[in-house]
Design a protein around this ligand. Structure first.
Ligand SMILES: *Cc1c(COP(=O)(O)O)cnc(C)c1O
Length: 378
């Protein structure tokens, strides 16, 4: 038997894309020279136009982080009552609804894509429902056409949490072009980042003014404050980092594509390990995560066993998105949070594991990680 070695340095789930520091200081010099640190400065304007181009969307509004962006998205559409969403996501998704005084209604997920199951949305609609808040989990697009069709039939808004979907396209359409509003997160752990940051994308011209007001306290001019806004503004330093990181994003994607292929090649032969189907025709991938599912019966070990055991080899994986949002103390009392309502989500949440995935990982690292995993088989 081949001897499996552990890593001498810890291998983390991700590493932020850190561009050449000289390029950042060059930008900082421009900012210092302009003496303009925030509130729609030149870096912000230029970055906003670049993001619009990159994401192929008609309108963009930049934010200090993705969560505040999503809170503002719901405010701008005047979403109230109940919103149908997924339990298999980052805490921000349902919390944003709570911060809007809206009740999250959890819908089960699709067994393959792990996104909200569009076939199960309709049964959850009540007279109080005003919107669907779906997540493109791990960058896999939701069933955008089916969801829009349901929304149109019942007069609902559609908001997408596209935090994992930077650069994803369906056909030639940017993923941010679907639904009423999409939110992108530019947090350091995301493929594209501004250290902290985020954006909303949308098609309605009238929304641009409203959203820009909402993220700046509702200040219209020196004499008028026209709505109860919040401080959601992206500053010049964040925008500058974004501009520099944006220049390197395609190189990073190419590296991740190779790592992705290597993982698939190495994992293919391990019984009981599944991964997201990468053969989505016509879809441009995000390459933000590499996620596997462990079939305990076939693999002979549980996901939790693998997660713990990996640490002994200096490999740090993540159980994204465990626990389900429907199991948080603040939501588990909801009728829609019962596990009887969410059988697929409750099964999948025990199987998923995100493996280390970033451009700096070598193909040799990937082979080592896969050999370690293989050695765990029971
Ligand atoms: C990262 C993330 C967010 C939050 O974004 P921040 O920019 O960190 O506020 C929201 N939803 C999902 C699915 C995420 O992964």
């Amino acid at each position: 038997m081949k001897i499996v070695k552990s890593f001498s340095e810890p291998i983390h789930i991700t590493r932020p894309l850190l561009p050449d520091l000289n390029k950042i200081t060059e930008k900082l010099r421009e900012i210092w020279k302009a003496q303009w640190l925030t509130n729609n400065g030149p870096q912000h304007s230029f970055f906003e136009s670049k993001i619009k181009e990159t994401l192929k969307v008609p309108y963009v509004s930049l934010f200090n982080n993705g969560t505040i962006a999503l809170i503002v998205a719901c405010q701008s559409l005047r979403i109230s009552g109940e919103v149908i969403t997924t339990p298999f996501t980052f805490p921000a998704t349902p919390h944003v609804l709570t911060w809007n005084g809206v009740k999250p209604i959890f819908c089960d997920i699709d067994p393959v894509t792990m996104n909200i199951d569009a076939n199960k949305i309709e049964a959850l609609i009540t007279p109080q429902t005003t919107a669907i808040l779906a997540v493109h989990v791990f960058g896999t697009p939701c069933e955008v056409f089916k969801i829009q069709e349901i929304a149109d039939r019942y007069g609902l808004k559609v908001v997408y949490d596209a935090a994992h979907a930077f650069g994803v396209e369906i056909g030639n359409t940017g993923i941010g072009d679907f639904g009423d509003i999409s939110m992108f997160s530019f947090h350091a752990t995301k493929l594209f980042h501004t250290a902290e940051g985020g954006a909303l994308t949308f098609k309605d011209k009238n929304l641009k003014q409203r959203i820009d007001l909402l993220k700046n306290f509702g200040i219209k001019n020196e004499d008028e404050v026209v709505m109860p806004g919040i401080n959601g503004k992206m500053n010049e330093i964040q925008a500058a980092i974004g501009l520099v990181v944006l220049e390197e994003i395609e190189v990073e994607r190419v590296k991740r594509k190779k790592i992705n292929e290597k993982y698939i090649e190495c994992l293919m032969e391990i019984e009981g390990i599944k991964f997201l189907n990468e053969k989505n025709i016509g879809i441009k991938e995000s390459y933000q995560y590499f996620v596997i599912r462990i079939d305990e019966k076939k693999f002979g070990r549980s996901r939790d066993y693998v997660y713990d055991k990996f640490k002994e080899y200096n490999v740090f994986t993540r159980k994204y998105f465990y626990p389900l949002c429907s199991d948080y103390t603040c939501y588990k009392h909801l009728p829609s949070a019962s596990s009887a309502n969410l059988p697929v989500a409750n099964k999948i949440v025990k199987e998923v594991l995100s493996l280390p995935f970033y451009g700096g990982l070598t193909l040799n690292d990937v082979e080592m990680i896969c050999s370690i995993l293989k050695s765990f088989r029971g």
